[in-house]
Design a binder for this molecule. Structure first.
Ligand SMILES: Nc1ncnc2c1ncn2[C@@H]1O[C@H](COP(=O)(O)OP(=O)(O)O)[C@@H](O)[C@H]1O
Ligand SMILES: [Mg+2]
Length: 397
């Protein structure tokens, strides 16, 4: 029985590899910014912004830095909050509480009360934490700039109460537009410490794939040429600067799928044909881990949109009502109670904010005004397969 994988987990998005080629500089900068806070906790309130395109290594670098923090201090903790998952101040605060092992009441308290409870408990338990708010633009887009402003000013809160600084802050985003939305005082409190993550070149992607392949795959299961083939489609060069390139996640995802196809076909090694098949089955603008994290019914609604668009191949848009009926049919098929009309609007708003779908109002010519939906970024059949698998996996069908 040929074996391809020796440690498949090393190709999953959550995995933190032992080495991060081309991100040593960013790691050093993080260490430098937080040095004083780690050495004498509470003496200052460092805040750093990490920016770069999707797949440029922001999350993994921040987590790696987190491991370093925990190793080098027994006082300072590292807290990583996904704002993709936690899009309100309330849920960010609860997540911080959970990670700091502080019991926070589940319900019945306003956000201000929760904030006060959290801050009091941190002080009482004499804790210090570096909090990373990952993909923080989701929080700003969803809850407005005030929520983030409150978090930025968390550190100062203690000083006004005569205590020490309890937090350091890492804000992770694709660009700096979130900052322009903040009020003046939050902006100035945030400061200008920015660490940039450039998109990876083909050579860099190759090197990254090589380190990951060494951890994940059996020695004879891949040629370096296979990794080069993947690096060619994923890395940037002078001629291909398009916005999806330079994405290490895309490259690693292709490698994982190609390895899967090789295994399924009982091949002894990954062949070019497996790579081609993998490329065809890998999403680009939409990230499959983000897809996976959507609420179940938001996924079903998105699948309904995909199916409606597939059934109307001559039109780039479908009306909201068409997606809604398709959704109800899907729910019946899956044996799920459909969500209400207003909830579907919420889902649509969210899918649009995330860039999964585009919407526009119909022009006057059509009967009444209706919202039109399109998906310009992905081949529908790839997206359809991916969603179907995730949903059916979740439902256990
Ligand atoms: N320099 C690197 N070395 C090894 N793996 C990397 C490197 N940069 C990114 N990755 C991997 O690529 C994927 C995407 O990186 P991630 O940190 O999630 O990007 P971002 O947060 O910028 O979107 C993850 O699986 C990550 O482990
Ligand atoms: Mg990330």
């Amino acid at each position: 029985m040929p074996r391809i994988f020796k440690n498949e987990a090393a190709l999953t998005p959550e995995y933190i590899p032992s080495k991060l080629p081309y991100r040593e500089e960013q790691l050093r900068e993080l260490e430098a910014y937080f040095k004083s806070f780690i050495e004498s906790p509470g003496s200052m309130y460092p805040k750093v912004i990490l920016i770069g395109r999707p797949g440029s290594g922001k999350t993994v670098t921040s987590r790696k830095f987190g491991n370093y923090v925990v190793k080098s201090s027994n006082k300072v903790q590292y807290v990583h909050v996904s704002c993709f998952l936690n899009r309100t101040l309330n849920s960010v605060l609860k997540d911080i509480g959970v990670q700091l092992n502080i019991a926070i009441p589940k319900r019945g308290y306003s956000t201000e009360e929760l904030l006060k409870i959290l801050l009091d408990m941190i002080r009482e338990k004499d804790k210090y934490a570096i909090v990373a708010l990952d993909d923080v633009f989701h929080l700003v887009n969803n809850s407005g700039p005030h929520a983030l402003g409150t978090l930025i000013r968390l550190g100062e809160e203690y000083i006004s109460r005569g205590d020490r600084y309890r937090f350091g802050l890492i804000l992770i985003s694709q660009d700096l537009t979130f900052k322009d939305q903040l009020d003046r005082s939050s902006q100035s409190s945030l400061g200008n410490a920015v660490i940039k993550f450039e998109p990876y070149t083909k050579d860099q992607i190759f090197e990254i794939l090589l380190t990951r392949a060494q951890e994940a795959l059996v020695d004879g299961a891949y040629d370096e040429e296979i990794l080069e083939m993947i690096a060619d489609v994923a890395g940037i060069d002078e001629r291909s600067m398009d916005e999806h390139r330079g994405d290490a996640r895309y490259a690693i995802d292709i490698l994982w799928r190609a390895a899967k196809f090789a295994e399924m076909r009982n091949a002894e090694r990954i062949l070019p044909e497996h790579v081609r098949e993998a490329i065809k089955n890998t999403l680009r603008g939409i990230r499959s881990d983000e897809l996976r994290m959507l609420p179940l019914h938001e996924k079903i609604f998105l699948l309904a949109i995909v199916r409606s668009l597939t059934k109307n191949p001559n039109s780039p848009y479908i009306p909201f009502g068409t997606a809604e009926s398709e959704y109800q049919m899907l729910c019946e098929q899956y044996g799920e109670e459909p969500r209400k009309h207003t909830q579907l609007w919420e889902y649509l708003r969210d899918l649009n904010l995330k860039g999964f779908v585009e919407t526009r109002s119909s022009s006057k010519g059509m009967r009444g005004r209706t919202t039109l939906i399109s998906i310009p970024s992905e081949p529908l059949d790839t997206l359809h397969e991916e969603l179907r698998k995730i949903i059916e996996g979740e439902l256990g069908t």
